[in-house]
Design a protein around this ligand. Structure first.
Ligand code: ZN
Length: 363
């Protein structure tokens, strides 16, 4: 996601859990507020929201995992969370099941709480609905019921990607139209909803609504882009797009000598070898970080990046795109076992996308 203000909290069922800064501030605020007013109610309320959001996201994750989709992390926001998946499920049935799992869990828990309320007290006590008291144990149950109902409804009934309702909507469209067309429609509608939410947020004024609108707009834009790239690169393998004429440099040459090669070949990145073994990668920016006067003493092996991000030549070109984006790098080394067979860069992918776009318009 765009917002990088997340705090790691540990793992739950093997999935890394992160807390968005807005949620952290909210927890702190309510803690201080409760401490100052000597009323634990507001803090209990926010902790309950926190637990409910976590369980909501875990429900998505467990269903996704059943389909063999790996969850890289869960980010918790006050109005819901984001379970980041290794891939977007391309089967509408799977996307539907994963999306409905979160709100579904909230509704089931909400219904159970209601049964418990009916058993121990009086159901009419849920009204007035937007009054959150915290004076007895029954109040705790009432708040739990309301939090689950609100969170489930909010996430499911707003049909805006990347919210759950948007995913359900997209998957239903995808049954008829296929994923690319369904995504175009769903992201378009999501952006309209986001603009409407933002305007409402300004008029009310309500800061949360503006925040959510922003989140939805950016999320929908990204989802649309990834889907378009995925669609255009479909069927292409890494080996179809990689360059095989790879210029490698020896680990022991000086930066001075490397600069000459850089000037002559004009590539931006070079795999570094020691004998036949691939040991790193050096780029123009690695060189530019070293002061000019040290170029004659320092060697390629001293400044190269040792962390190698590789891909196999028979893997999907889209996978290369995802791996570069996730690692924040511009190129991947294509390997066959220990042997370097080519290099694939973002430029290779973008050039292909440009050509595909041109061909699509001319057909
Ligand atoms: Zn959800």
């Amino acid at each position: 996601m765009v917002m990088k203000d997340n705090y790691k909290m540990g793992n739950i069922l093997g999935i890394p859990l992160e807390l968005h800064v807005s949620f952290l501030l909210l927890l702190l605020f309510f803690f201080i507020y409760s401490a100052l007013t000597l009323n634990p109610g507001p803090f209990i309320y926010i902790v309950m929201l926190f637990a409910t959001v976590t369980l909501h996201e875990l429900s998505h994750s467990l269903v996704a995992r059943r389909y063999g989709i790996k969850i890289t992390k869960i980010t918790l926001l006050p109005f819901g969370g984001i379970a980041s998946m290794e891939e977007i499920p391309k089967d509408p049935k799977k996307e539907f099941a994963i999306a409905i799992a979160g709100p579904g869990f909230n509704f089931i828990v909400g219904a159970l709480s209601l049964v418990a309320i009916a058993a121990f007290s009086d159901v009419s006590r849920i009204f007035p609905f937007f009054e959150f008291k915290m004076e007895s144990l029954i109040d705790l149950l009432l708040v739990f019921f309301k939090v689950n109902l609100l969170l489930g409804a909010f996430n499911l009934f707003i049909p805006a990607l990347p919210m759950d309702g948007g995913r359900v909507f997209r998957s239903l469209l995808a049954f008829k139209l296929g994923f690319p067309a369904a995504t175009e429609i769903a992201t378009g509608i999501a952006k309209l909803i986001a603009i409407f939410m933002a305007l409402t947020g300004v008029l009310l004024p309500n800061l949360w609504l503006i925040f959510i609108a922003f989140f939805v707009y950016i999320g929908a834009t990204q989802e649309g882009e990834v889907s378009r790239i995925n669609f255009m690169l479909a069927g292409l393998k890494v080996k179809d797009l990689m360059s095989t004429k790879v210029v490698t440099v020896n680990k022991d040459i000086t930066l001075e000598e490397f600069a000459d090669i850089l000037f002559e070949k004009k590539h931006m990145g070079y795999p570094v070898v020691e004998g036949n073994r691939l040991v790193g990668i050096i780029t123009f920016s690695d060189l530019s970080r070293v002061p000019r006067e040290e170029w004659s003493i320092k060697r390629v092996g001293d400044v190269m990046t040792k962390r190698l991000i590789t891909i196999g030549q028979d893997e999907d070109a889209f996978e290369a795109f995802i791996r570069m984006a996730r690692a924040g790098v511009g190129r991947l080394l294509v390997v066959e076992g220990e042997r370097l067979v080519g290099i694939i860069s973002r430029t290779d992918l973008l050039r292909t996308l440009e050509i595909m776009r041109l061909m699509r318009f001319q057909r």
